[in-house]
Design a protein around this ligand. Structure first.
Ligand SMILES: [Mg+2]
Length: 132
């Protein structure tokens, strides 16, 4: 008999980081049948959890959050978990043209809020298909 891995998600694991409860809950509702979805209300909480070394497949993060915002979160993540950078999608209610210039490299990773279920599923599936 072999020992199973300690942290074996049966479904692709998706982390959503957003200070809005409604967004966290709607991502869970839309994706939970096909993904193992975890929601964190703050980037600090998410970083603390990621620092424990948990494996994830997709990371959705809000840009505007109290405390650590999206760009600061990404800067920390790049150091702490660089292998996850290819798995990040950004959620924003701000039109892309009005986002800070530092986010320009992320233009093709933005999902505008409010998003619709098919768009969210397609974008997540695209990350799952290409990140490996
Ligand atoms: Mg927000």
């Amino acid at each position: 008999m072999t020992t199973p891995p300690l942290d074996p998600p049966a479904l692709p694991r998706l982390v959503v980081v957003d200070d809005e409860r409604l967004i966290g809950l709607s991502v869970k509702r839309l994706l939970r049948r096909s993904h193992d979805v975890l929601w964190f209300e703050s980037a600090r909480e998410a970083l603390a959890w990621l620092d424990e070394g948990h494996q994830i497949d997709v990371l959705l993060t809000d840009i505007r959050m109290p405390g650590m915002d999206g760009p600061a979160f990404l800067a920390h993540l790049r150091v702490a978990r660089p292998e996850l950078m290819a798995r990040v999608l950004l959620l924003t209610a701000t039109p892309p043209a009005e986002l800070p210039g530092g986010l320009a490299p992320w233009a093709d990773r933005l999902i505008e809020k409010p998003f619709h279920a098919p768009e969210l599923r397609d974008r997540v599936a695209a990350v799952l298909a290409t990140a490996d």
